[in-house]
Design a protein around this ligand. Structure first.
Ligand code: UDP
Length: 234
């Protein structure tokens, strides 16, 4: 696999072209950011862990009938994926109250949300990724009502496959952030699914096993990421 030019560099990943115009390589970095990139740091081996965890979860979702951009994992830090046009919407699915929804709505952290809810955030760094509703996304010409319906349905479908998988591994899937892209006129799941983009709580101790440990300076960050890898891929 000959890797081509750097197409895009984000906060946690780089995207490279390949000789196939329909495929790109995602390179996973150890760089970590939080609070709209105001906090920066490094989580050692995070890139390797997120690459392997994402591979396992994309394979699981494909088996569950969900289209994803995953093609194959090339090595420790690189994943071959389908080249999509990313829809600039973060689809957040929540099973338990945590983070911004606790703050915004004054809800108690840890309360169950059943059935799960889906939120949309408009991906725009300058605006700080604001929470938006369907009308805002139509106003912004980001997505049609049909696409928004599909994003919400796919968000719930992903959650239905992931939740029991994590329960079996003694982890509670509190919430997750999903991104979708268009590939040959079809919406498919893209980006990554990892402790950077989900909240996982240990079922026994209730401890965070995700990027909240970095956001809140809770310590044992690398250990938590390694434990996620062991439970998901072990
Ligand atoms: N999330 C993410 N990228 C973002 C914002 C949120 O991956 O730019 C994830 C976050 O890790 C959590 C979920 O989306 O699993 C919900 O995050 P929330 O809205 O509670 O915001 P936060 O408290 O993380 O700022």
């Amino acid at each position: 696999m000959a890797i081509g030019t750097l197409l895009y560099e984000g906060k946690a990943k780089k995207i490279f072209s390949t000789e196939n115009p329909d495929q790109v390589v995602q390179y996973f970095k150890d760089d970590a950011t939080a609070f709209n990139a105001q906090k920066r740091g490094t989580i050692i081996e995070k890139g390797v862990i997120n690459n392997k965890v994402s591979e396992r979860l994309f394979r699981l979702l494909e088996q569950g009938g969900i289209r994803t951009h995953f093609v194959e994992r090339l090595n420790d830090r690189e994943m071959l994926t389908k080249k999509v046009r990313i829809v600039p919407v973060e689809v957040v699915v929540r099973n338990v109250v945590a983070g911004s929804v606790a703050k915004r709505l004054g809800l108690k952290e840890g309360s169950r949300i059943d059935p799960a809810i889906v939120e949309f955030y408009y991906k725009d760094d300058a605006l700080g990724d604001p929470l938006v509703n369907d009308d805002h996304l139509r106003l912004l010409n980001v997505a049609t009502p049909g696409v928004l319906r599909e994003l919400r349905e796919m968000g719930h479908a992903v959650n239905k496959v992931l939740t029991p998988f994590f329960t079996e591994r003694k982890m509670q899937l509190v919430d997750c952030k999903l991104e979708f892209g268009v590939f040959h006129n079809k919406l498919i799941l893209a980006d990554e699914i990892s402790p950077d983009t989900c909240r996982f709580w240990d079922v026994t101790t209730g401890e965070s096993m995700d990027k909240d440990r970095f956001r809140k300076d809770m310590g044992k960050i690398e250990e938590a990421y390694q434990e996620v890898l062991a439970r998901v891929c072990g």
